[in-house]
Write a new protein. Structure first.
Length: 411
């Protein structure tokens, strides 16, 4: 075999350069700069523009809710408020969630969570996905790592030292640790024989941006109705992100409605707490299920983000859970580096798995439990839920605990 055809040697190969994969690369950036950690990213889609011109989100912006704890992670990575001369950070287009209103249609009980009650400026933030991507990729452009983009992994084979990646352009990589952060879309997980447990909710989520008649003032709403949970998250101006859960198939009728008819139906289901709904953008829907990879680590391999777990959006915890996984994996790799161990060593990944498993189980129980609880329609069940929401609102210590959990500060 000639020198020219030898595989490139890297310490960490990240498959997927989206929000999760890019966050991991940023979290490993200091090791790349100061300790010589060799990192490669393989991303199938062309890179977005990383110029410094302001990014003006369209009305139909796709956005993610990040907990206050996720803000702290971005601060540690110097991505929240960028230093002078480095461009704007995440904070530049982050809309704060200052209050959360939780209610059930037809019941009197309500829970209100306030950032001021826990001494914080916000419980969380809503950030356009495109802006998060721009900030992350701007940072990655400053790091000594190898981009393979656009490129796809055609083959992923275990070796005694880790995994060999064969790309669709013929290039090969030998990686001590390979991280699947591709959202599970590539099929690599299945080709490796990693099975997933699927629990179909028989529900679909309808996503859209709506505009209200009055300023939201940082309020986010979670409204449980007979048609399914309705979440509204604040964006800039009077825009809000809508996530409306329907029984599987029922979302098609809502998608087919005219804008005026859709807004009228939403107003009837949600009520007027957010004002009058005046405008709706493009509507999209996708089926909901709980997907859990039966394996998230092997020697030389780790699975992150939606490739490892896809949750119901009712609690808005998916990306926050993934980001905590990113930071935990980066911490274990840093510890291994200091101790002279390889990133893909089985003991390193076992320590990572131990850190993640309790957090993951807790979040799954919480989000899955909410759906099951508010999906029960037994006699008096609605009244019991209303009493529970009202009781939670009246007990300050318990409410603070719930608020800190929503902020990602309790693990």
């Amino acid at each position: 075999m000639s020198e020219a055809t030898q595989p490139a040697q890297v310490d960490v190969a990240i498959i997927g350069g989206g929000l999760v994969g890019a966050s991991l690369a940023c979290a490993l950036g200091e090791l790349a700069c100061k300790a010589g950690l060799r990192i490669a990213i393989v991303e199938a889609q062309p890179l977005p523009a990383t110029d410094t011109a302001p990014l003006q989100p369209s009305f139909d912006v796709r956005a993610s809710a990040i907990a206050y704890g996720s803000r702290r992670h971005f601060e540690r990575l110097a991505l929240w408020s960028a230093s002078e001369g480095e461009g704007e950070g995440m904070a530049a287009q982050a809309t704060p969630i200052r209050h959360i209103h939780i209610s059930e249609r037809g019941q009197l009980g309500v829970t209100r969570l306030h950032a001021e009650d826990v001494g914080s400026e916000a419980l969380g933030y809503v950030i356009p996905n495109a802006w998060m991507g721009r900030v992350l990729h701007r940072r990655l452009a400053e790091l000594p790592l190898d981009w393979h983009c656009p490129a796809r992994v055609e083959a992923l084979d275990a070796t005694p030292e880790g995994y060999r990646l064969t790309l669709d352009d013929g290039q090969r990589l030998e990686a001590g640790l390979t991280v699947l952060a591709d959202g599970g879309r590539s099929g690599l997980k299945e080709r490796l024989g990693i099975e997933s447990a699927h629990h179909a909710y028989d529900q679909s989520a309808l996503i859209a941006t709506v505009e209200t008649s009055r300023a939201h003032l940082g309020w986010a709403f979670e409204r449980f109705s007979a048609e399914g949970p309705i979440a509204l998250l604040p964006l800039s101006g009077r825009r809000m992100t809508l996530v409306w859960t329907f029984e599987q198939g029922a979302e098609q009728a809502a998608l087919a409605l005219s804008d005026d008819a859709f807004l009228s139906r939403l107003q009837h289901a949600f009520g007027d707490r957010a004002g009058r709904f005046q405008r709706v953008g493009q509507r999209h829907a996708y089926p909901l299920s709980l997907v859990t990879a039966r394996e998230t680590i092997r020697p030389g391999l780790a699975v992150l983000g939606n490739a490892a777990h896809a949750l119901h959006p009712v609690a808005g915890q998916g990306f926050n859970l993934a980001l905590r996984g990113v930071m935990d994996l980066a911490a274990e790799i840093q510890r291994a580096r200091a101790e002279g161990r390889a990133p893909g060593d089985a003991s390193v990944l076992a320590a990572f798995e131990a850190r993640r498993s309790a957090d993951y189980r807790q979040i799954v129980r919480f989000s899955d439990g909410l759906i099951r609880l508010f999906g029960l329609n037994y006699p008096l069940m609605g009244q019991a839920r209303g009493l529970g929401l009202g009781g939670l609102n009246a007990v300050a210590p318990l409410k603070r605990m719930v608020a800190r959990r929503a902020m990602g500060l309790e693990r």
